[in-house]
Design a protein around this ligand. Structure first.
Ligand SMILES: [Zn+2]
Length: 255
């Protein structure tokens, strides 16, 4: 990143002086997704990004001492939380008899990290209310927005997406002192994409021992006697992008 930043400053800003120039830094996002938040590696990535932004800021200041000619804008990607559980919402709906089959379109889960949208083949049908009532029994739910309430979060109310939900966060600190844990909704489509894109990775995964599935008492619908499975796999997420733990220290997808 430092070499890219220096080339950006020297070859782009100083030498070419274009009307618009963009420098995109992959850190600390990349490291934040693949190492514990607050770990030495993560803190180094933050410090490195900070130093690179400073290099650009100093270059801009040198090129435009008055601050009148160059508009310098710094933007960031997103914050992070430590993700400790992955909720198999499709599986829960199937278990509850609220979804016909894993690939059925009566209700379709669109995971988005610590949130999800639920699409319905019949947006005005009874299934919407049934699923909403089921969600209310789940202890991992943060908030749900159903039907007209979708407008509260800026979503259209007359579309097939009839339920939006967030997963309940908590403020525990991770081993490096960074607070904030949350569950995420399992993203089946992403898992399948990974398998398609990385056949070698898939082969390694198949040879490896399967991830144990714990039966979590905590996931029981309130008042129900039977527990349902929830993956114990630990993942990190990026505002909607959950990342499978790399089997060999490398990320499963180029980013
Ligand atoms: Zn990210």
């Amino acid at each position: 990143m430092r070499a890219a930043t220096e080339r950006f400053c020297d070859e782009v800003l100083r030498a070419r002086a274009p009307a618009l120039a963009v420098l995109w830094l992959s850190e600390p996002d990349y490291t934040g997704h693949h190492t514990p938040l607050g770990s030495p590696a993560h803190r180094r990535a933050i410090a490195s990004a900070d130093a690179n932004v400073r290099r650009v800021a100093e270059t801009v200041a040198a090129l435009d001492p008055s601050g009148e000619r160059i508009l310098f804008v710094v933007g960031s990607d997103h914050g992070m939380e430590t993700v400790d559980e992955t909720i198999d919402l499709d599986g829960l709906l199937l278990e509850a008899g609220l979804k016909r089959a894993p690939a059925s379109s009566d209700v379709v889960v669109a995971p988005n990290g610590t949130a999800a949208l639920l699409y319905f083949a019949e947006p005005a049908g009874a299934l919407v209310g049934q699923v909403a009532r089921f969600l209310e029994t789940q202890d991992w739910i943060g908030r749900t927005f159903v039907g007209d309430a979708l407008a509260e979060v800026g979503l259209p109310t007359r579309s097939p997406a009839q339920i939006a939900l967030t997963l309940r966060p908590d403020e525990r600190a991770n081993p490096h002192g960074v607070s904030g844990y949350s569950h995420i909704v399992r993203d089946l489509a992403r898992t399948e994409r990974l398998h398609r894109l990385r056949p070698a990775w898939r082969a390694r995964q198949q040879r490896a021992a399967p991830v144990p599935v714990r039966l979590r008492r905590r996931l029981r619908p309130r008042g129900a006697a039977r527990a349902v499975p929830r993956s114990s796999t630990s993942r990190r997420r990026c505002c909607g992008i959950s990342v499978l733990p790399p089997p060999d220290g490398r990320p499963p997808l180029p980013r």
